[in-house]
Ligand binder design. Structure first.
Ligand code: ZN
Length: 292
């Protein structure tokens, strides 16, 4: 059994200064590709669904496929619900077998964000084996149905972060530090590494208690990615990049084989392209060979 909570794998990553790839999926083919790529690299890995694909596929189906695939391998794997703004849906997914739940209350005022995040933390911790991620400040761009204009995105205050983490009971923290969901509108996005480092120090010295999450991981330069990890990011979210791989590899295959009505071959091509990309990310994040 390789299924673990996200916190379990991220404390180690945080201590050893690498990051675990957290990859968003919308299809079962992608889920298989992620696990195969992680096995090939002997790396821990997190599979994520945002709320719309989780509802579309049905969370029961996502959990069943995840468990079937995870039980065949020995690397640590985790199933994460990403950016959920609905406390009840968080609870449903926790009951069904998701091992990490993100309640996203970043659009709420500070007290209400704490109150609802705490409700999710208490619920998941009572079940056991499930950890919870919270977010403070806002990450610009579009993730699932949540749209934040870059002018409205607010960076996270380190003092408030400490209070938020203590009072909400979360296990993982996603501070807004200038990364964005979707595709970056500029070649050199302004990312506040210093702020990330300060928040890391406040929460995780002398011991790692609350690993930090980097949202909006697509489209950053390789030095930027390494810098984020050096400053304390240990869960690295990649969503948009995998959507592009899925769509582009499908289009490429269909264009090259217009008369071939064999969906199995298309799936195989998409799976191979996705797997190659997962292996690229694992190399960049430094998690190769880090499976326990
Ligand atoms: Zn995100």
């Amino acid at each position: 059994m390789a299924i673990v909570s996200a916190k379990e794998m991220l404390v180690k990553a945080s201590q050893e200064k690498y990051a675990v790839g957290a990859f968003n999926i919308t299809s079962v083919v992608q889920m298989g590709a992620i696990i195969e790529g992680a096995v090939a690299k002997n790396a821990p890995v997190i599979i994520q669904t945002s709320v719309t694909p989780a509802r579309f596929l049905k969370p029961e189906v996502v959990v069943a496929v995840f468990k079937a695939l995870a039980n065949e391998v020995s690397i640590p794997v985790c199933l994460h619900l990403d950016h959920c703004t609905d406390v009840d849906f968080c609870k449903i997914c926790a009951d069904l077998g998701y091992t990490n739940i993100m309640f996203d209350g970043s659009h709420l005022d500070f007290e209400e964000n704490i109150r609802r995040t705490r409700e999710v933390s208490d619920y998941c911790h009572a079940i056991g084996g499930i950890t919870v991620e919270g977010e403070l400040g806002t990450v610009s761009g579009v993730e699932d149905q949540i749209k934040v204009a870059s002018d409205d995105a607010q960076l996270c205050d380190p003092e408030k972060s400490f209070e938020f983490v203590e009072r909400s009971g979360i296990d993982l923290f996603g501070p807004a530090i200038g990364t964005a969901h979707g595709i970056y509108q500029t070649e050199n996005p302004v990312i506040d590494f210093k702020r990330l480092g300060e928040i890391y120090q406040m929460l995780n010295t002398p011991l790692v208690k609350t690993p930090l999450v980097v949202h909006g991981g697509t489209g950053l330069s390789e030095p930027t990615v390494r810098n984020l990890i050096q400053n304390g990011g240990s869960k690295y979210n990649v969503s948009t990049n995998l959507k592009y791989i899925l769509m582009d590899s499908t289009h490429e295959y269909m264009t090259g084989h217009p008369k071939e009505y064999d969906p199995g071959k298309l799936d195989k091509h998409v799976k191979m392209e996705t797997r190659k990309r997962i292996e690229y990310w694992i190399d960049l994040l430094g998690s190769e060979g880090k499976a326990l």
